[in-house]
Design a protein around this ligand. Sequence first.
Ligand code: ZN
Length: 627
Amino acid sequence: MISRQFALSAIIVSFIIGAVGVFLFISQRLERCAAPPFVDPNLLPNARFATPGDVVGLPEGWGRGAGGVEVRGPAVDGQGFDLDGDGRALQLIGIANYALTPPIGVQPGTSYCFTVATLTDSLLRSPTRARLVFEWYDDQGVLRERSVTPWQPVVLWTPERPPTAWTTIAGYARAPQTARILRVRIEPSSDDRIYLDMPRLQRGGHTLPPAQNADVSPPLTIAPWPEGYRAAVAFTFDWETAMGGLIHSRSVDDPLADEDPIQRGMRMRTGVETSMSIFARYNVRATYFATGYNFLMGNREQRRFMNDPVFTWASAANGWRSDRWTNRPWFADDPYGTVATDPAWYFGDQIEPLRAAGHEIQSHTFSHLYGGYADAATWRADIEAWNSVAAERGIGIARALAFPWSSSAGMSDANWDVLEQGGIRAVTRLSDYGPYNLFPLDERGLVRDPHCRWLPGREGRIIACPDFYLTPARAKLAVAQIEQTVAAGGMIDIWSHTEEVTSAAQQAAWEDVVSYTVGRGDVWVAPFSEIAGWQIARMTLNITTLTEPTASTDRGRSTAHRYQVQNTSPYHLVGMMIDLPPDTTDVAINNDIVPREQWQHSGWLRIDLAAGQTVEVTLWPTRSSSR
Ligand SMILES: [Zn+2]
């Protein structure tokens, strides 16, 4: 017989076990940012993109960086993809673009999580990546803090191999004390088109990737440029033989497309000499972005490069003047001559004079391909071909790249992988078109924020730098751009083709801008990859505050502040300047006291920090300000 009391206890125990089970089930769902049964804690308004907004294609409440973010799907335009069966998903295109959720009210100190299903139908058949940025606004609507997740994979869809599931981009973050409003940005690492569906924002989500505060300032302030310079300027050229863009010219973006490529090739050659003579007068080292045939002394042996490709994308539909190149090998017009017989085709004799004058030669690609149309295999062949012909003239592998035709629009994540694996660490001549444009212009036509920045998805690895195209008509504007760059403490790459330094007016424009820049005295003028390398090193400095005391910490006056400064990059930081607090009375590097006359007047401590080197910096404040 079972006693009544025992039965009651058993019921209560089972009930408790059941309740605990339900509680665990629900909390596990919440910790994964998923909905428990019967209730939907999704805080996101218009999460199904059902209500259209004022901007055509953009759902109500949602935001975007530029065009290319719009609702698509079977129920909208018969195109695109959909996951949850409502016929709608949000398309996101462009490495400079983002989709932004509607604002959501939040409570400080509470954790919030966000998930969204993603898929790419990349034209170049590349999977890609995306990340989340939690933007925290205060009650005045001012952005106070940003928390950023790691980059996460977006699955590739192809008609032959559709994936079994979409991939989820996810993360959580705790609302800071000032936060009242949250918006979540979804950012791509390439121009591969992404579809987003079933976005969800709720409390919890602690098993997801954490988003880290993106705006933490280091414990020591390092000046942006070496030796107290206020800004950096690189003078650079796109330099191509008749084989470069010239015989292949597009009518789009090229005002000289209808001119004879041989004459243009000769001007490209002449421009090397005229620009070098300007730079010699001002002791300036510049950068020449060269195509592959620039390194050849000729091609009598009829070498074939990159497997003699036909670029079917070089079509009238894509902006070329005809369909000539859609069925003709890209190098087919090679006259198989020499520097003497075909000087517009081969510039091999100009490499050594450039190098001897201290100028730098970097990559304008071997084949002058269109970056966003070429696939990863073509990019790989191009980089290998460039490095191999450059080596024949004693030039090291390319570390920097200027895109032909500013053709970065359309670059897949796999293309960028190839550039990174090939050793490219800095890029310029990036697309100036909305969704792809990392450097928007102001109303005067100046780069609004003239700073190099990490290429999205390649933080710490590839830096992207803004440029300004110099023509005689834009010489005054170039000076304004340099002034603005100094005011911003930033960097600008002033460029043209060497072809455009041949007429008297063009040479005068270049001379004026070079003379102005050098004459200022406060601008660091250096080759492009040196400026890029400096910034990579500075932006990846590892500065930590040390707490444990050392023998020399107390000089009998006050407690010291100790920092470890580590250059984690492969670049030397010569002339690095550390800002010293005004109350500093003594400074030591690796426990050696630095004479006061070296830092007291300027308030800056100068250090040369070699690649990979670590130093310990000790600062003693005055007794009055110490505790
Ligand atoms: Zn070019």
